[in-house]
Ligand binder design. Structure first.
Ligand code: TMP
Length: 183
C-alpha cells in the first residue's frame, strides 16, 4: 500500500546488505528501465483507461524482468524490488479477473521466470496510507487492498507481514532478519 515506507525500507535494507558484503540491486515497479519510467510518467500525467494502465504495468514488468532481474540474478546479485506482481492483483484486481491478471503477469515474466519467483515478499502493513495515485481510488478502497494482500499472503508461501506502524529501526530490523534467514 502507498505511503507505508516501502522506498525507505528498500534503501535501508540495501545499504545494510551491501555493508555485509552482498551485491544488491534495487528496482521499483513501474520503473527502473526507460519503458518503466516512461510508463510511470504516463500513468501519473494522463487519464488512462484501466486496460491501458494494465498493459503499461505489464510492459514495465516485462522489461524489468528481462533487462534487469534475470541478468542480475545470473550475476549472483540480490534484487530488492519495490512492488511486484501482488500489486497488480491488488490494484488492477478491482477491474479485471484474477485469471486474466495471472495470464498477463506470466506472459510479462516469460517461461524463464517460472523457476525464479521471489524468495521473499515483504508486506508492510500500515494505517498511515494514501490511495492509489494513478487511479483516483478513494480511501475506502484501501481496506479492500489490504484484504487482497492478506489473501495473497495466505496463498503465497514466502511472505512476511510487518506492522509498519512500528519505528523505522524496528521495521528495518525485521526486514533485515527476514532476508538474512533465507540467505
Ligand atoms: P509507488 O511507487 O508510490 O508505490 O506507486 C506505484 C503506484 O502504482 C501505486 O499506486 C500502485 C500502482 N501499481 C498498480 O496499480 N499496479 C501494479 O502492478 C504496480 C506495480 C503498481
Amino acid at each position: 500500500i502507498d505511503g507505508v515506507g516501502k522506498s525507505t525500507h528498500t534503501s535501508l535494507l540495501s545499504k545494510t546488505l551491501k555493508k555485509l558484503g552482498h551485491k544488491v540491486i534495487i528496482c521499483r515497479e513501474p520503473g527502473s528501465t526507460p519503458i518503466g519510467e516512461y510508463s510511470r510518467i504516463l500513468l501519473t500525467e494522463e487519464k488512462l483507461h484501466q486496460t491501458t494502465q494494465l498493459f503499461l504495468f505489464m510492459a514495465a514488468r516485462a522489461e524489468l524482468v528481462h533487462s534487469i532481474i534475470i541478468p542480475e540474478l545470473k550475476e549472483g546479485k540480490i534484487i530488492i524490488c519495490d512492488r511486484f506482481s501482488p500489486s497488480t492483483y491488488v490494484y488492477q484486481g478491482r477491474y479485471f479477473k484474477e485469471s486474466l491478471i495471472e495470464l498477463l503477469d506470466l506472459l510479462s515474466k516469460g517461461e524463464q521466470f517460472k523457476s525464479l519467483t521471489p524468495d521473499l515478499t515483504i508486506l508492510l502493513e500500515g494505517s498511515n496510507i494514501k490511495a492509489n495515485e494513478f487511479t483516483d481510488d478513494d480511501n475506502q478502497l484501501i481496506s479492500r487492498y489490504i484484504e487482497h494482500y492478506n489473501s495473497s499472503l495466505k496463498r503465497g508461501e514466502n511472505w512476511v507481514k510487518i506492522d509498519a506502524a512500528q519505528s523505522i529501526n524496528k521495521v528495518s530490523k525485521i526486514c533485515l532478519d527476514s532476508v538474512l534467514k533465507i540467505l
